[in-house]
Each structure stands twice: as C-alpha cells, then as structure tokens.
Design a protein around this ligand. Sequence first.
Ligand SMILES: *Cc1c(COP(=O)(O)O)cnc(C)c1O
Length: 217
Amino acid sequence: MALQEIITRITKAEKLANRPVGSTKLIAVSKVQPNARVHEVLQQGHRLFGENKVQEAQGKWPKFRTEFPDAKVHLIGPLQTNKVKAAVALFDAIHSVDRIKLARKLASEIQAQGKPLELFIQINTGEEPQKAGALPAQADDFIAECRAMDLKVSGLMVIPPVSEEPSLHFALLAKIAARNGITGLSMGMSSDFERAVALGATHVRVGSAIFGARDYT
Ligand SMILES: *Cc1c(COP(=O)(O)O)cnc(C)c1O
C-alpha cells in the first residue's frame, strides 16, 4: 500500500539522517484526486492533507470533516487576497505566504476569525520569474515584516526549479530558516522527499506517490 510505503521510506530517511523518527510530517497532497482515493487514505488513518486551490478544497473537505473531524488540511498553493477569508476559515495552515499585501490580509483575517493558523513563508530559491515566493535576498526583511504584524511564522516553504538538484534548494531554505530562528521546513515532494528529510524537512508534501498520477482530463 502506497501510504505505508511512503511512511516507511520517511522513517528510513530520518534514521539515516540521525533525526528522531516521526519528526517529519507527511502531507498527503490530495489535489485533483478522486474523492474515493482520498477517502481510502483517510480510512487508513492518515489525517494530514494538502490542497493547492481554495475552491477545490471547499468542495470536498467540509464533507470529509463531518466523517473525520480530526483531519487537517494545509493550503500549499498560491493564495489570492480575495480568498483569504475563506482560506483562514477552511485551512489549518498556509504554506504560500509570499508577499506583504497577503501577509497584511492574513493578519487581519486571523484576528477577525480568532483562528491562529500555522503560516509558512514561501521562498523562491531558484529566483524563477514565473514562480511565487520571496526572493532569498528579500527573505529576512519579509520575515521581519510578517513578525512585526504579529504573524507567527511556523516555517519556510520551497518548490525547487524542476531541472535543478533539489538538495541545493533545500539546503538554502534551511540556511535562511536557521538564521531567522525558524524551525519549520516545508520541502520535498514525490520525487525528492527523502533528500528533503536528509536536509531537515519538518513537512514533506507528497501527492502522486501516495494517490497515483493526477488525471487532469
Ligand atoms: C502538487 C504539489 C505537490 C505534490 O506533488 P507530487 O509530485 O505529486 O508529490 C507538492 N507541493 C506543491 C506545492 C504542489 O502543488
């Protein structure tokens, strides 16, 4: 069974890295997957999931949560400011805080709803123009600005460039986190989560390796 195999591989990677077993959280990325497959993984006892679109998550998670009230869902995709209110209401964490306007909106919505979420700041370590995230050179200032508006920064998040060795990007993310006193590291996907665990990932985001390929047709 795919879920168990991924958990086993994470445990093995933790041991190899001399990290405590269980120190990496597995976010099962359920975007685009058929509800039946997601339901299966819930029934197998997994409780932490990731979605990359607010609307898609709104369509399925309230229903799943009536059956599995302790299920947690993290937003791992880009967030528009006009969807912040819905996102704060729905998600337990947001991994894509990437600009000051969004941070401001989140600060006021978290206060208004009285719902403290875990927040991750996305860093564009590859400095790719099409990709979201604060640039490495601006990361320290952005983190400080978020903290100044009373946002609690739980971690940093990265999606490395597809054609580069991800470990370099994981290491850079870990370095930016360490110098800012941040402990959470959201990094690693189906193809590279073991390398992310080796470099200290606290959250890996694994989709297709658990659920199978996504069918966009
Ligand atoms: C889809 C997605 C993942 C999971 O990708 P897989 O390759 O299927 O594991 C991880 N992180 C983000 C931000 C994603 O959008």
